[in-house]
Design a protein around this ligand. Sequence first.
Ligand code: TLP
Length: 343
Amino acid sequence: MRIIDLRSDTVSLPTPQMRRAMAEAELGDDVFGEDPTVNRLEQLAAQMLGKEAALFTASGTMSNLVALLTFCGRGDEVVLGNESHIFNNEVGGAAALAGVQLRTAPNTPDGKLPLQAVEACFRGPNIHFPPVRLLCLENTHNRCGGAVLSAQDMGAMAAVARRHEAAVYLDGARIFNAAVALGCEARDLAREADAVSFCLSKGLACPAGALLCGSQDFIARARKNRKMVGGGMRQAGVLAAPGIVALETMVARLTEDHDNARLLAQGLCDLPGLEIDPRTVRSNIVAVTVNGLPAPELQQRLEERGLRASFMGGPRLRFVTHYGIWRDDIERALEIVWECLPK
Ligand code: TLP
């Protein structure tokens, strides 16, 4: 039985070209700055994101942690959405390891933060208050169903932070999905933030890795923080090599994932007991509300028939399209969901 694994785009496997690039990569010790493949990847990432420099990290989680360590000191406050990945899915590392206090503003379903709510998070100079150092945005927005934020929307939220002399960070784990969906360049979105990270190991199909991009000075300090959290990876060129292939060949392909996600959403919205507005699906994530049976039970039934989805809490399941999933798989997935729903 072919397993259709839509739990996440993180399950995507590297392309044959990536495997060859890994085998043939020129290597050195990256802690000494001597891995030519890592250096090339960092230069390429910085250029594509429109920033002065970039830093290769082990994962999106590590990039986000290193960013918090670099922007903030202990006890500083960070404003972010209540549905953000940093707040929900990073094991509390912001508090445990970066020592920052997180203050959430409520995300709207389209992944934005109401400007008034952001404004209300910025405290004044009162002696009792922590300094509010940073605003974190996310694009595409994972828990908001892969919502795509325009440069204009991001700019409006960023402007509030800037008025209060705070910095702006973008968790752009899937920024290339956002750019492709908007028909713009990733740098057009990254421009709104002082620093941005993106993942290689999601829609871009690499085995591991993320890049944190920002000013020369920021990245120099981030490099030290990466070392502090154990992220100095020596001959990391074996992991950077597929990253170069990904940036050169895998970005435009993301539209296929978006088409497949839309097809899935259109099919799901016609099925009894499922709630999803296909017009809200603009990238590769389909978050659906399940009525009539508990979402984990539907997830289990799907699993037994070879379709994997992830549980988002409450009544929601998530399907994510990615490299290695074809239109036929989506058609089969819809049949499986239909078979599993109570009639
Ligand atoms: N997200 C994963 C899970 O952790 C939920 C997924 O399957 O979607 N920022 C965002 C917006 C993310 O969605 C993720 C991963 C990360 C950061 C962290 O990346 P990793 O898991 O590679 O450290």
